[in-house]
Every structure is written in structure tokens, then in C-alpha cells.
Design a protein around this ligand. Structure first.
Ligand code: AMP
Length: 420
């Protein structure tokens, strides 16, 4: 028996999404599409796998996602491919391939899709998970940052969750800004080398900013006293950051300044942000994003600024609790007795469905009682009954399943009667 159960078990870290929960997913997806399109974003689809180097360059060799979490495999032609762990690098890769950046700017795109990372599964952390995201590419204006930050918060709210918005600026990589700051940070980390967790000690040379992301208590304690990028931004980056905040205040988005919120790679610039929500335990981030003005270059293209976010729909659902599920029941359930009535019921169902009326019928060969139960269970407003009397008279009975009221209509008029 145990073997049988194992045979049916989905792979570790993956989830089946079955009704009724799947209705909530559909709704989240459609809501995202509506909301993003309403702000001028167009849908984009990229392959679920890419050449591995797209992520090595576009996510970064020094990140855990690339070093530890990618599903990488060779295809029959010996190419190294990777299931996408995130959506931004593929979108920017597609833009470069099709030269979109040489056309009208900005390029505003949204995506919704499955991502894959070999992480240790726990609540809110899976190996296949669903993200919706947007990318606003081609503008370096602070208003683009504000639009993106606002839009993510707006979507999360529209799904019944109140996010906390954490906001930071990490400047740009030049010496006059983050570059200079990193030196100060490295000097500080060197001074405290012995107090850092072993993994974090290595980061001093590979990816010093990432020490702020450490989950190790000893490192966290050291970082409490670390110098902060906010105090070392160049004038242009400080002004940009102030303009973003101004725009967000202007449209009523409350945010918390988060001077320890970082993204560890050179092509991330200026604005970095995250949305969190209560009730999620240690995995409390619903989404995050930031400006990636150096990403197109990291992928081998020209300089094209951009900013975007990705939101995890699995976490959004956890944060929403057990949300009321908006199912999509049929309008009509057709109850039919006997061969002739059965034929008629299928005919009627197809006519109603073609006219856009949700209709369902018996596919199990049940008796009258069973079919009436199915009609109730279907959530339909009406049952159309084709029994012996009805077949003899040529009139169907239409029963309102909420009030129990009944009326009759000639077979050919059922559709008109129901769409009236
Ligand atoms: P990231 O691309 O790491 O910035 O993640 C953006 C969002 O995607 C996170 O805030 C989560 O909501 C979601 N996410 C990332 N990794 C996972 C995962 N392994 N399982 C579920 N959701 C995830």
C-alpha cells in the first residue's frame, strides 16, 4: 500500500492545485493580468527553460539560486539548459534577441508562470512555485520605480492582503557611490571576521553586501553595527531615491525604509524593495524587486535601464488565509430520464453552452434522484427537467433551485426562457 501511495505522490516540493483552491489561483492570475494591463503592461511568455548561461549571467554566479538551486540538465544535443528559477533574465534576454529596446520605450511587460528552484521545501517554499511579475524597461526615471512599487502593492491588496512595503536604495556600482561604500563595508567585515558565521566570512570577498541577508544569528548581530549604504549614496542616487519616496507618498503608499535590504549583484542599482505580510512565519516575503540598470549589459547587450518585481502566488495564498473561493458554477443543470431525453439533454446543453449559458448534464447514467442531487451540487441556479411527462408533452420543466419555483417551456424555447 505504501508503494502505491508513493507512486501517486507528486515530486518533493511540488503541489497539485485542485478545485476548489484552483479557482482562487485562476482568480489571482486574472486579477494580476487585469491590474497590470490597466497600467499599460502587455503580457509576455518566455520558455520555461533557457540556456543555462542566461541565469549564470542574469541572476549571477555568486547567488545561491545559481550555485545551489537550479534544475540544470543536458538535452540530447548536449546543450546545458536550466528550468527558469526566475522571470526577469528571460524577459531581458527576449528583449535583446528581438531588439525591442531599439523600438518604442518604455517596454512594459508582465508575466505569470511557474518557476523552479531546488530549495529545501517548507511552508511557503517549494521547488515549483508560481510568480507574477512586471518589468518596466527603458526608463531610468524615478516615476517608473514608483509605478512598479505601487502596482505590486495594489495587486496584493486587491487579493485581500495588506502588504508592508520595505524600501531601500543601493546606489550604483561606481566608486563615488556603492563602490566606495563596499570598501568601507569590507573593512568593517574584516574587523569582525571572527564573529561572522563561516559561510558569511567567504562572502567578504565574493559578495559582501549579501552578509546583510544572512540567517545566522552571529552574523546578524555583527550587521546591527555595520555601516549602511543609505549614508553613502552619491547625490544623483540620493535624489532619485527621494523622488521615488515623494511619488509613493503622493499616492498614499506607506513604506518602511529598510537600509539593510540589499541585492548583492553589480547590475542591481538604486531602488530595492520587498513586500511582506503577517502570518507567513519565516518565509514572510510575498515578493520583491528592484532596479537592474546593468542587467542587459550583463547578458551581453547594451545599457538598458529597467525595474520590476516578482510576487509569489503560493505565498500570497498563504497570507490570504483560507480565502472565500470564487467558483464558477454552471447556470443550468439538465436532468433527463431515458434515451430520448438523454439525447435532447445533450443537444440542449450544447445549444446553451454555445449561447454562453453555463450548462451541465448527467454523464453517469443516474436516475432522477441522483441527477437532482447532482444538479444541487453543481451550484446551478436552474434545473431543466426532461422526464417522461415532459417528453410526452414537448415541454421542459424549469426549476429555480434556490426558490423551488417551477415553470414550463417548449423544448425549443428553453434557451430563450433562460437567457431572458
Ligand atoms: P525572488 O525571485 O527570490 O526575489 O522571489 C520573489 C518572490 O517569489 C518571493 O517573495 C516569494 O513570494 C516567491 N518565491 C521565491 N522562491 C520561492 C519558493 N521556493 N517557493 C515559493 N515561493 C517562492
Amino acid at each position: 500500500m505504501a508503494d502505491r501511495e508513493d507512486a501517486f505522490r507528486a515530486p518533493k516540493g511540488t503541489n497539485d492545485i485542485l478545485p476548489p483552491a484552483s479557482w482562487w489561483w485562476e482568480r489571482a492570475r486574472r486579477r494580476a493580468e487585469d491590474i497590470f494591463a490597466t497600467s499599460g503592461y502587455a503580457p509576455v511568455e518566455t520558455p520555461m527553460f533557457e540556456n543555462t548561461e542566461v541565469f549564470e549571467r542574469g541572476v549571477g554566479q555568486a547567488t545561491e539560486v545559481v550555485t545551489k538551486q537550479m534544475y540544470t540538465f543536458s538535452d540530447l544535443g548536449g546543450r546545458s539548459l536550466t528550468l527558469r528559477p526566475e522571470g526577469t533574465a528571460p524577459v531581458v534576454r527576449a528583449m535583446l534577441e528581438k531588439n525591442l529596446h531599439r523600438g518604442a520605450l518604455p517596454i512594459k511587460l508582465y508575466y505569470a508562470g511557474w518557476m523552479f528552484r531546488q530549495e529545501r521545501p517548507q511552508k511557503g517554499r517549494y521547488r515549483q512555485f508560481f510568480q507574477v511579475g512586471i518589468e518596466a524597461i527603458g526608463s531610468d526615471a524615478a516615476r517608473a520605480d514608483a509605478e512598479v512599487v505601487w502596482l505590486g502593492a495594489h495587486f496584493i491588496r486587491s487579493m485581500g492582503v495588506e502588504p508592508t512595503v520595505h524600501l531601500n536604495s543601493i546606489g550604483h556600482p561606481d566608486e563615488s557611490c556603492r563602490g566606495g561604500y563596499i570598501k568601507i563595508l569590507v573593512a568593517f567585515l574584516d574587523e569582525h571576521r571572527d564573529e561572522l558565521a563561516a559561510d558569511d566570512r567567504e562572502r567578504i570577498s565574493t559578495n559582501p553586501l549579501r552578509t546583510f541577508d544572512s540567517k545566522e544569528a552571529s552574523t546578524i548581530a555583527v550587521m546591527e553595527g555595520a555601516p549602511l549604504i543609505a549614508d553613502h549614496l552619491c547625490d544623483a542616487c540620493r535624489k532619485h531615491f527621494e523622488a521615488v519616496q515623494q511619488d509613493l507618498r503622493n499616492v498614499g503608499i506607506a513604506f518602511t525604509l529598510a537600509p539593510r535590504l540589499v541585492r548583492g549583484l553589480d547590475y542591481y542599482t538604486r531602488t530595492a524593495f520587498e513586500y511582506t505580510a503577517g502570518g507567513l512565519g519565516s518565509q514572510d516575503a510575498i515578493g520583491g524587486g528592484g532596479r537592474y540598470d546593468g542587467l542587459a549589459e550583463a547578458l551581453g547587450g547594451p545599457h538598458v535601464p529597467g525595474i520590476g518585481f516578482a510576487l509569489g502566488i503560493d505565498r500570497l495564498r498563504l497570507a490570504a488565509g483560507e480565502p472565500e473561493v470564487d467558483q464558477h458554477p454552471v447556470d443550468v443543470y439538465i436532468v433527463a430520464l431515458g434515451e430520448d431525453a438523454g439525447r435532447r439533454s445533450f443537444e440542449l446543453a450544447t445549444r446553451l453552452r454555445t449561447a454562453g449559458v453555463g450548462a451541465d448534464l448527467d454523464l453517469m447514467g443516474r436516475g432522477l434522484k441522483g441527477q437532482m442531487k447532482d444538479a444541487d451540487r453543481s451550484g446551478a441556479r436552474w434545473a431543466v427537467i426532461l422526464g417522461e411527462d415532459e417528453m410526452a408533452s414537448g415541454n421542459a420543466t424549469i426549476r429555480d433551485l434556490t426558490t423551488g419555483e417551477q415553470r414550463t417551456a417548449a423544448f425549443d424555447e428553453v434557451e430563450a426562457e433562460l437567457t431572458r
